[in-house]
Design a protein around this ligand. Structure first.
Ligand SMILES: [Zn+2]
Length: 400
């Protein structure tokens, strides 16, 4: 059994409370970490580090759990740079451009889609992401949704059926028929490759009745529930998600007091936060020049918050979790510690995972080593390539 020691870590973010620093990040100074068979076998002071077959010297830098990006749309073809440029020149975002990507995705070969997914997953890994959720939602036919998920499942266990992304053009005048297709043959074809079911519950996409129907049959098929909710305006999505026991409601940009109370009320029995996580996607507000969600209000109400990229070719074509951390701190009034927690442990909570987003014996050895002395630099030095090395399942991925 081969072992790997990561030694001389100046500041280690563990996300294990009770290390004495009083922060949710569970910071350890001058630490070392032993990896065996892809898992963490030991964490402790560097001076007590055990012998190992191989050694990585972090040279006093900071390290943290690999980012957990719990919301991304990576299976698509084409891009929408011109739409972005038009938006920056003043056109509003309506979500209608999704249909442009649907056309390009349907026309693309499996190999073209596969190459894009793998390129983007590699791009996220170089920016410190070691777990990424991938949604379908640009196929919108039985065959195209199933193949999107089949390709996504080649690179991630966290795959989400989003046949209810928009009503495709050919069903524009009969949305009830499209919902019937999603709930029937499309779900049946997609479910073998999916862990989750998701709906874009928004005016212009799917209303609460449609969302409830789709999520309920998805649940009956064994999929976990997550939801795009309250992005473009107020609506029933967040409360519906809480009612159905969703792992996460995503966007949460337009919330009223009842939405916040519903989220805060979904308290886990073990007191570890809320059952339904509010996942905030500031890359979308950045890229659509829209008001950011009020993270402070959610945190102060006791809601568990995650950060994710929403990486997609229309409304948020960033794959960078460090960028989202910087936005959350600068624009959403999260502290750097809150933002780093939300991008690691928060994302894991949004995916109901206990083996990632945290560094403790038995957890997956997913580690990001920074070219910086502290996690604070992720927000303090926006746009700077601070990722020095990434371990995924204990295997070194890259050294930039
Ligand atoms: Zn999304």
């Amino acid at each position: 059994m081969s072992s790997l020691l990561v030694d001389n870590i100046g500041e280690l973010v563990t996300n294990v409370a009770g290390t004495g620093d009083g922060s949710p990040l569970g910071l350890r100074r001058d630490a070392a970490l032993l990896v065996e068979e892809g898992r963490i076998a030991w964490i402790g002071p560097a001076r007590y580090a055990p012998a190992a077959d191989r050694r990585i010297d972090a040279e006093g830098a900071a390290a943290l759990p690999g980012f957990v990006d719990s919301h991304a749309h990576l299976v698509f073809a084409g891009d929408r740079a011109a739409e972005f440029a038009a938006r920056m020149a003043g056109q509003p975002y309506t979500g209608g451009g999704i249909r442009t990507t649907v056309g390009a995705t349907r026309a693309a070969s499996d190999d073209t889609l596969r190459a894009t997914v793998r390129r983007l997953v590699g791009e996220t890994m170089r920016q410190g992401t070691t777990t990424i959720e991938i949604k379908s939602g640009y196929g919108l036919t039985v065959a195209d949704e199933a193949r999107s998920l089949r390709i996504a499942a080649e690179v991630s266990d966290e795959t989400t059926f989003l046949g209810a992304h928009v009503v495709p053009a050919e069903y524009a005048d009969r949305p009830d028929d499209y919902v019937g297709l999603v709930c029937g043959p499309m779900l049946a074809a997609a479910a073998p490759y999916a862990r989750w079911v998701d709906v874009f519950c928004e005016r212009g996409a799917f209303d609460a009745d449609h969302a409830r129907a789709i999520l309920t049959v998805g649940q009956a098929a064994g999929l976990g529930v997550r939801l795009h909710a309250n992005q473009l305006g107020p609506g029933p999505g967040v409360r519906l998600g809480v009612e159905l026991g969703a792992a996460s409601v995503d966007h949460c940009t337009h919330l009223d007091d009842a939405d916040v109370a519903a989220l805060a009320g979904s308290t886990a029995a073990d007191g570890s936060g809320t059952t339904t996580v509010a996942t905030l996607l500031p890359g979308a507000e950045f890229s659509t020049r829209s008001p950011y969600p009020d993270a402070r209000r959610l945190l102060d109400a006791g809601v568990t918050v995650a950060l994710a990229t929403d990486c997609n070719p229309g409304s948020s074509y960033t794959s960078s979790m460090p960028f989202c951390v910087a936005l959350a701190v600068r624009e959403m009034r999260m502290t750097p510690a809150e933002a780093v927690w939300a991008a690691t442990a928060g994302g894991a909570r949004a995916l109901r995972r206990t083996d990632v987003g945290v560094l403790r014996p038995g957890a997956r050895a997913d580690l990001t080593i920074l070219d910086a002395p502290s996690h604070l630099h992720l927000a303090y030095r926006p746009g700077v390539p601070l990722i020095r090395q990434v371990l995924h399942n204990g295997v070194p991925q890259c050294r930039s």
